[in-house]
Design a protein around this ligand. Structure first.
Ligand SMILES: Nc1ncnc2c1ncn2[C@@H]1O[C@H](COP(=O)(O)OP(=O)(O)OP(=O)(O)O)[C@@H](O)[C@H]1O
Ligand SMILES: [Mg+2]
Length: 315
Protein backbone atom coordinates (compact mmCIF):
# COMPACT_ATOMS: atom_id res chain seq x y z
CA UNK A 1 0.00 0.00 0.00
CA UNK A 2 1.08 3.57 -0.57
CA UNK A 3 -0.26 7.10 -0.53
CA UNK A 4 -2.73 6.27 -3.28
CA UNK A 5 -4.82 3.90 -1.16
CA UNK A 6 -8.45 4.99 -0.96
CA UNK A 7 -10.09 3.71 2.23
CA UNK A 8 -13.76 3.01 1.48
CA UNK A 9 -15.73 2.65 4.70
CA UNK A 10 -19.14 0.95 4.85
CA UNK A 11 -20.26 1.34 8.48
CA UNK A 12 -23.54 -0.47 7.76
CA UNK A 13 -22.60 -3.19 5.26
CA UNK A 14 -25.29 -5.61 4.10
CA UNK A 15 -25.97 -8.75 2.16
CA UNK A 16 -28.24 -7.49 -0.62
CA UNK A 17 -30.52 -10.23 -1.99
CA UNK A 18 -32.43 -9.42 -5.17
CA UNK A 19 -35.30 -11.67 -6.21
CA UNK A 20 -37.30 -11.32 -9.39
CA UNK A 21 -40.87 -12.24 -8.40
CA UNK A 22 -43.21 -11.71 -11.38
CA UNK A 23 -46.38 -12.52 -9.39
CA UNK A 24 -45.34 -10.74 -6.19
CA UNK A 25 -48.31 -9.83 -4.02
CA UNK A 26 -48.81 -9.36 -0.31
CA UNK A 27 -50.14 -12.54 1.29
CA UNK A 28 -49.32 -14.85 -1.64
CA UNK A 29 -46.73 -17.67 -1.78
CA UNK A 30 -44.43 -17.16 -4.77
CA UNK A 31 -41.90 -19.66 -6.10
CA UNK A 32 -38.81 -18.30 -7.80
CA UNK A 33 -35.80 -19.82 -9.57
CA UNK A 34 -33.26 -18.19 -7.28
CA UNK A 35 -31.93 -14.96 -5.89
CA UNK A 36 -28.83 -12.92 -6.62
CA UNK A 37 -26.85 -11.95 -3.51
CA UNK A 38 -24.15 -9.29 -3.48
CA UNK A 39 -22.08 -7.59 -0.80
CA UNK A 40 -23.92 -4.31 -0.41
CA UNK A 41 -23.48 -0.86 1.02
CA UNK A 42 -22.28 2.42 -0.46
CA UNK A 43 -18.64 1.97 0.59
CA UNK A 44 -18.53 -1.33 -1.28
CA UNK A 45 -19.91 0.34 -4.42
CA UNK A 46 -17.14 2.95 -4.10
CA UNK A 47 -14.61 0.11 -3.61
CA UNK A 48 -15.73 -1.61 -6.83
CA UNK A 49 -15.79 1.60 -8.86
CA UNK A 50 -12.36 2.75 -7.63
CA UNK A 51 -10.86 -0.56 -8.76
CA UNK A 52 -12.56 -0.50 -12.18
CA UNK A 53 -11.09 2.98 -12.64
CA UNK A 54 -7.59 1.71 -11.83
CA UNK A 55 -7.34 2.98 -8.24
CA UNK A 56 -6.34 1.19 -5.04
CA UNK A 57 -9.33 0.71 -2.71
CA UNK A 58 -9.22 -0.73 0.79
CA UNK A 59 -12.68 -1.83 1.99
CA UNK A 60 -13.38 -1.30 5.68
CA UNK A 61 -16.49 -1.50 7.87
CA UNK A 62 -18.32 -3.51 10.50
CA UNK A 63 -19.26 -7.13 9.88
CA UNK A 64 -20.85 -9.61 12.27
CA UNK A 65 -22.21 -13.15 12.51
CA UNK A 66 -22.91 -15.65 9.73
CA UNK A 67 -24.02 -12.97 7.29
CA UNK A 68 -20.89 -10.94 8.02
CA UNK A 69 -18.73 -13.97 7.18
CA UNK A 70 -20.59 -14.39 3.88
CA UNK A 71 -20.05 -10.72 2.98
CA UNK A 72 -16.34 -10.92 3.88
CA UNK A 73 -15.98 -14.08 1.75
CA UNK A 74 -17.71 -12.44 -1.23
CA UNK A 75 -15.45 -9.39 -1.06
CA UNK A 76 -12.35 -11.62 -0.73
CA UNK A 77 -13.46 -13.82 -3.66
CA UNK A 78 -13.71 -10.73 -5.81
CA UNK A 79 -10.10 -9.97 -4.88
CA UNK A 80 -10.59 -6.72 -2.98
CA UNK A 81 -8.27 -5.79 -0.18
CA UNK A 82 -10.34 -5.43 3.00
CA UNK A 83 -9.86 -4.84 6.71
CA UNK A 84 -13.07 -5.60 8.59
CA UNK A 85 -13.96 -4.74 12.17
CA UNK A 86 -15.92 -7.62 13.69
CA UNK A 87 -18.86 -7.10 16.02
CA UNK A 88 -20.91 -9.54 18.06
CA UNK A 89 -24.24 -9.07 16.29
CA UNK A 90 -25.38 -10.07 12.81
CA UNK A 91 -24.74 -8.14 9.58
CA UNK A 92 -28.04 -7.05 8.06
CA UNK A 93 -29.71 -8.48 5.00
CA UNK A 94 -31.52 -6.18 2.59
CA UNK A 95 -34.17 -7.66 0.32
CA UNK A 96 -35.05 -6.31 -3.10
CA UNK A 97 -38.14 -7.80 -4.69
CA UNK A 98 -38.09 -6.89 -8.35
CA UNK A 99 -41.20 -7.16 -10.43
CA UNK A 100 -40.95 -7.76 -14.20
CA UNK A 101 -42.39 -4.33 -14.99
CA UNK A 102 -39.44 -2.64 -13.28
CA UNK A 103 -41.21 -1.86 -10.00
CA UNK A 104 -39.13 -2.86 -6.99
CA UNK A 105 -40.03 -3.33 -3.34
CA UNK A 106 -37.06 -2.83 -1.02
CA UNK A 107 -36.91 -4.00 2.58
CA UNK A 108 -33.82 -2.73 4.39
CA UNK A 109 -32.88 -3.92 7.86
CA UNK A 110 -31.48 -1.02 9.87
CA UNK A 111 -28.45 -2.88 11.24
CA UNK A 112 -27.73 -2.91 14.96
CA UNK A 113 -24.41 -2.65 16.80
CA UNK A 114 -23.39 -2.49 20.45
CA UNK A 115 -21.97 0.55 22.28
CA UNK A 116 -18.27 -0.35 21.87
CA UNK A 117 -18.49 -1.54 18.23
CA UNK A 118 -18.38 1.95 16.74
CA UNK A 119 -15.29 2.80 18.81
CA UNK A 120 -13.56 -0.34 17.53
CA UNK A 121 -14.35 0.65 13.93
CA UNK A 122 -13.15 4.23 14.50
CA UNK A 123 -9.87 2.95 15.99
CA UNK A 124 -9.32 0.60 13.04
CA UNK A 125 -10.00 3.35 10.47
CA UNK A 126 -7.64 5.82 12.17
CA UNK A 127 -4.94 3.15 12.47
CA UNK A 128 -5.27 2.23 8.78
CA UNK A 129 -5.25 5.88 7.68
CA UNK A 130 -2.05 6.51 9.64
CA UNK A 131 -0.32 3.26 8.81
CA UNK A 132 -1.10 3.31 5.11
CA UNK A 133 -0.86 7.08 4.64
CA UNK A 134 -4.02 6.74 2.60
CA UNK A 135 -4.84 9.31 -0.07
CA UNK A 136 -8.40 9.61 1.25
CA UNK A 137 -10.87 8.07 3.68
CA UNK A 138 -14.40 7.86 2.22
CA UNK A 139 -17.18 7.46 4.80
CA UNK A 140 -20.17 6.13 2.91
CA UNK A 141 -23.81 5.56 3.69
CA UNK A 142 -25.97 5.12 6.75
CA UNK A 143 -24.97 4.25 10.30
CA UNK A 144 -26.32 1.16 12.04
CA UNK A 145 -28.65 1.63 14.99
CA UNK A 146 -26.57 1.72 18.16
CA UNK A 147 -23.89 4.02 16.71
CA UNK A 148 -23.64 7.12 18.91
CA UNK A 149 -25.34 10.21 17.47
CA UNK A 150 -22.07 12.14 17.37
CA UNK A 151 -20.17 9.20 15.82
CA UNK A 152 -19.29 10.85 12.47
CA UNK A 153 -18.21 14.08 14.19
CA UNK A 154 -15.79 12.35 16.55
CA UNK A 155 -14.35 10.11 13.82
CA UNK A 156 -13.85 12.96 11.33
CA UNK A 157 -12.24 15.11 14.04
CA UNK A 158 -9.76 12.30 14.74
CA UNK A 159 -9.04 11.78 11.04
CA UNK A 160 -8.60 15.53 10.48
CA UNK A 161 -6.13 15.59 13.37
CA UNK A 162 -3.95 12.95 11.69
CA UNK A 163 -4.10 14.82 8.39
CA UNK A 164 -6.37 12.39 6.48
CA UNK A 165 -8.54 13.76 3.66
CA UNK A 166 -12.06 12.71 4.62
CA UNK A 167 -14.88 12.40 2.07
CA UNK A 168 -18.44 11.95 3.32
CA UNK A 169 -21.42 10.60 1.35
CA UNK A 170 -24.30 10.27 3.77
CA UNK A 171 -27.69 11.79 4.54
CA UNK A 172 -29.93 12.95 7.36
CA UNK A 173 -28.57 13.43 10.89
CA UNK A 174 -25.33 11.52 10.10
CA UNK A 175 -24.54 14.02 7.33
CA UNK A 176 -25.45 16.99 9.50
CA UNK A 177 -23.13 15.79 12.27
CA UNK A 178 -20.38 15.07 9.76
CA UNK A 179 -20.64 18.58 8.28
CA UNK A 180 -20.02 20.10 11.72
CA UNK A 181 -16.66 18.30 11.89
CA UNK A 182 -15.58 19.97 8.58
CA UNK A 183 -14.39 17.03 6.50
CA UNK A 184 -12.24 17.71 3.45
CA UNK A 185 -15.17 17.00 1.11
CA UNK A 186 -18.80 15.99 0.96
CA UNK A 187 -20.68 14.31 -1.88
CA UNK A 188 -24.44 14.80 -1.73
CA UNK A 189 -27.39 14.89 -4.07
CA UNK A 190 -29.77 17.81 -4.29
CA UNK A 191 -32.30 16.55 -1.71
CA UNK A 192 -29.60 15.46 0.77
CA UNK A 193 -28.08 18.95 0.61
CA UNK A 194 -31.50 20.62 0.94
CA UNK A 195 -32.31 18.51 4.01
CA UNK A 196 -28.93 19.24 5.60
CA UNK A 197 -29.28 22.99 4.99
CA UNK A 198 -32.96 23.07 5.96
CA UNK A 199 -33.90 24.90 2.76
CA UNK A 200 -35.44 24.19 -0.62
CA UNK A 201 -32.95 24.17 -3.51
CA UNK A 202 -34.87 24.93 -6.69
CA UNK A 203 -32.19 26.24 -9.03
CA UNK A 204 -28.50 25.66 -9.70
CA UNK A 205 -27.95 29.11 -8.23
CA UNK A 206 -29.62 27.94 -4.96
CA UNK A 207 -27.42 24.83 -4.89
CA UNK A 208 -24.31 26.89 -5.56
CA UNK A 209 -25.20 29.25 -2.73
CA UNK A 210 -25.88 26.40 -0.27
CA UNK A 211 -22.58 24.72 -1.18
CA UNK A 212 -20.87 28.11 -0.84
CA UNK A 213 -22.08 28.38 2.77
CA UNK A 214 -20.44 25.03 3.55
CA UNK A 215 -17.19 26.14 1.93
CA UNK A 216 -17.28 29.40 3.93
CA UNK A 217 -17.73 27.24 7.05
CA UNK A 218 -14.50 25.37 6.35
CA UNK A 219 -15.35 22.34 4.19
CA UNK A 220 -12.85 22.15 1.33
CA UNK A 221 -14.98 20.78 -1.46
CA UNK A 222 -18.68 20.08 -2.06
CA UNK A 223 -19.91 17.88 -4.90
CA UNK A 224 -23.64 17.96 -5.57
CA UNK A 225 -24.94 15.34 -7.98
CA UNK A 226 -27.91 16.27 -10.14
CA UNK A 227 -28.86 12.96 -11.79
CA UNK A 228 -29.22 13.40 -15.57
CA UNK A 229 -28.14 17.04 -15.18
CA UNK A 230 -24.61 16.07 -14.13
CA UNK A 231 -22.89 17.42 -11.04
CA UNK A 232 -21.68 20.65 -9.51
CA UNK A 233 -18.28 20.96 -7.78
CA UNK A 234 -17.81 23.93 -5.47
CA UNK A 235 -14.53 24.96 -3.82
CA UNK A 236 -13.14 28.25 -2.55
CA UNK A 237 -11.54 29.09 -5.89
CA UNK A 238 -13.49 26.91 -8.34
CA UNK A 239 -17.13 26.33 -9.27
CA UNK A 240 -17.54 23.80 -12.07
CA UNK A 241 -20.35 21.81 -13.63
CA UNK A 242 -19.83 18.37 -15.11
CA UNK A 243 -22.16 17.55 -17.99
CA UNK A 244 -22.64 14.04 -19.26
CA UNK A 245 -23.92 12.89 -22.63
CA UNK A 246 -27.66 12.07 -22.80
CA UNK A 247 -28.28 8.39 -22.07
CA UNK A 248 -31.19 5.99 -21.60
CA UNK A 249 -30.58 4.90 -17.98
CA UNK A 250 -31.00 1.22 -17.11
CA UNK A 251 -30.31 1.40 -13.35
CA UNK A 252 -28.97 4.64 -11.85
CA UNK A 253 -28.68 3.23 -8.33
CA UNK A 254 -25.11 3.75 -7.07
CA UNK A 255 -24.34 6.36 -9.75
CA UNK A 256 -23.63 8.77 -6.90
CA UNK A 257 -21.14 6.27 -5.46
CA UNK A 258 -19.45 5.95 -8.87
CA UNK A 259 -19.27 9.76 -9.19
CA UNK A 260 -17.65 9.85 -5.74
CA UNK A 261 -15.22 7.06 -6.68
CA UNK A 262 -14.38 8.68 -10.02
CA UNK A 263 -13.47 12.01 -8.47
CA UNK A 264 -11.40 10.57 -5.61
CA UNK A 265 -9.59 8.08 -7.85
CA UNK A 266 -8.69 10.85 -10.31
CA UNK A 267 -7.42 13.13 -7.53
CA UNK A 268 -5.35 10.26 -6.09
CA UNK A 269 -3.89 10.00 -9.58
CA UNK A 270 -2.94 13.69 -9.43
CA UNK A 271 -5.53 14.95 -11.90
CA UNK A 272 -6.78 18.48 -11.25
CA UNK A 273 -10.24 19.14 -9.76
CA UNK A 274 -11.95 19.93 -13.03
CA UNK A 275 -10.65 16.76 -14.72
CA UNK A 276 -11.56 14.77 -11.59
CA UNK A 277 -15.13 16.09 -11.86
CA UNK A 278 -15.24 15.07 -15.53
CA UNK A 279 -14.11 11.56 -14.66
CA UNK A 280 -16.58 11.32 -11.79
CA UNK A 281 -19.51 12.40 -13.94
CA UNK A 282 -18.52 9.91 -16.65
CA UNK A 283 -18.31 7.12 -14.03
CA UNK A 284 -21.77 7.99 -12.64
CA UNK A 285 -23.20 8.09 -16.15
CA UNK A 286 -21.76 4.79 -17.35
CA UNK A 287 -22.93 3.13 -14.11
CA UNK A 288 -26.51 4.14 -14.95
CA UNK A 289 -26.24 2.06 -18.15
CA UNK A 290 -25.73 -1.23 -16.27
CA UNK A 291 -27.82 -3.17 -13.77
CA UNK A 292 -26.20 -3.56 -10.35
CA UNK A 293 -24.02 -1.12 -8.42
CA UNK A 294 -20.61 -0.26 -9.89
CA UNK A 295 -20.57 -3.04 -12.48
CA UNK A 296 -19.52 -1.14 -15.61
CA UNK A 297 -16.64 -2.09 -17.95
CA UNK A 298 -13.68 0.32 -18.15
CA UNK A 299 -13.68 0.65 -21.98
CA UNK A 300 -17.30 1.89 -21.84
CA UNK A 301 -16.28 4.43 -19.16
CA UNK A 302 -13.56 5.69 -21.53
CA UNK A 303 -16.10 6.13 -24.35
CA UNK A 304 -18.51 8.04 -22.09
CA UNK A 305 -15.59 10.15 -20.80
CA UNK A 306 -14.86 11.35 -24.34
CA UNK A 307 -18.36 12.89 -24.47
CA UNK A 308 -18.33 14.31 -20.93
CA UNK A 309 -17.36 17.93 -20.45
CA UNK A 310 -16.83 20.42 -17.67
CA UNK A 311 -17.98 24.02 -17.69
CA UNK A 312 -16.17 26.40 -15.35
CA UNK A 313 -18.83 28.62 -13.73
CA UNK A 314 -16.53 30.55 -11.43
CA UNK A 315 -12.97 30.66 -10.17
N1 LIG B 1 -30.11 9.57 -16.05
C1 LIG B 1 -28.83 9.92 -16.04
N2 LIG B 1 -28.25 10.38 -17.18
C2 LIG B 1 -26.96 10.74 -17.20
N3 LIG B 1 -26.15 10.69 -16.11
C3 LIG B 1 -26.67 10.27 -14.96
C4 LIG B 1 -28.03 9.85 -14.85
N4 LIG B 1 -28.25 9.48 -13.57
C5 LIG B 1 -27.08 9.65 -12.92
N5 LIG B 1 -26.13 10.12 -13.73
C6 LIG B 1 -24.74 10.46 -13.40
O1 LIG B 1 -24.41 9.92 -12.13
C7 LIG B 1 -24.15 10.96 -11.18
C8 LIG B 1 -24.74 10.64 -9.82
O2 LIG B 1 -26.11 10.41 -9.96
P1 LIG B 1 -27.22 10.82 -8.88
O3 LIG B 1 -27.35 12.30 -8.84
O4 LIG B 1 -28.42 10.03 -9.24
O5 LIG B 1 -26.54 10.32 -7.52
P2 LIG B 1 -27.16 9.83 -6.12
O6 LIG B 1 -28.54 10.41 -5.97
O7 LIG B 1 -26.17 10.12 -5.08
O8 LIG B 1 -27.25 8.27 -6.35
P3 LIG B 1 -26.94 7.03 -5.34
O9 LIG B 1 -27.03 7.56 -3.94
O10 LIG B 1 -27.94 5.98 -5.70
O11 LIG B 1 -25.56 6.54 -5.66
C9 LIG B 1 -24.70 12.23 -11.80
O12 LIG B 1 -23.96 13.35 -11.34
C10 LIG B 1 -24.53 11.96 -13.29
O13 LIG B 1 -23.19 12.22 -13.66
MG1 LIG C 1 -26.04 9.16 -3.23
Amino acid sequence: MNRKTIICVTPNAALDRTMVVPDFAIGRISRIDGAVAVAGGKGLNVTRAVRILGGKPLAMGLLGGHTGRIVAAMVAEDGYEALWTHFDGETRTCTIIANVDGVSTVINESGLIGPSDWEALADDICAAAERDEAYAVCLCGSLPLGAPAEAPFALIARLNAIGARVWVDSSGPALETAIQAKPFAIKVNRSELADAMGTKLRTVRDIRAAAGHLIADGIGLVVVSLGADGALLVMKDLVAKGISPAIQPVDPIASGDCLHAGIVAALADEEDFSEALRRGVAAGTVNALYAGGAQFPYPHFQRVLRDTRVEILGA
